[in-house]
Design a protein around this ligand. Structure first.
Ligand SMILES: [Zn+2]
Length: 111
C-alpha cells in the first residue's frame, strides 16, 4: 500500500541532532526488496524525520539573536577564512519545548 504525504500535514519543529528548524520529511528505513526462502517481499518502514540529519524532530524553535560582520584579524583555525577577509557571524538560539536550549554560531565569508 502506498501512502501520500502532504507537506502541510507534516510536523515541524527542531532537528534533534543539529537543532535546525525544519518540517519533517518521510524516509523509508525499511530494508527494501528481499527474498526469504523463495518468498519475495518489500519491507518498508516509513518514519517522519528531519531532512538534514534524518533524526526525530522535537517541539521547539530557533531564533537568530545576533548578526554581525567582522574582519578576520588572523587566519581562522578551520582554514575557511583568512586574515583580512570579511565574514558574517550569525548567532542562533535553539530551544526544545521544556528545555534545554543552546546557541550555535555560523560564520560565512562575505563574497
Ligand atoms: Zn539536523
Amino acid at each position: 500500500m502506498r501512502h501520500r504525504y502532504e507537506s502541510e500535514d507534516m510536523p515541524s519543529g527542531i532537528c534533534e541532532d543539529c537543532g535546525h528548524f525544519c518540517i519533517a520529511v518521510v524516509r523509508d528505513f525499511g530494508i527494501g526488496p528481499y527474498e526469504y526462502w523463495g518468498a519475495r517481499g518489500n519491507h518498508h518502514d516509513y518514519q517522519q524525520v528531519s531532512p538534514c540529519c534524518e533524526v526525530s524532530i522535537v517541539e521547539g524553535d530557533t531564533k537568530v539573536i545576533r548578526t554581525a560582520t567582522h574582519t578576520a584579524r588572523r587566519d581562522h583555525r578551520d582554514g575557511k577564512i583568512k586574515a583580512g577577509e570579511k565574514y558574517h557571524i550569525t548567532v542562533t538560539k535553539h530551544w526544545r519545548k521544556g528545555g534545554p536550549w543552546w546557541i550555535t554560531t555560523t560564520k560565512r565569508k562575505v563574497a
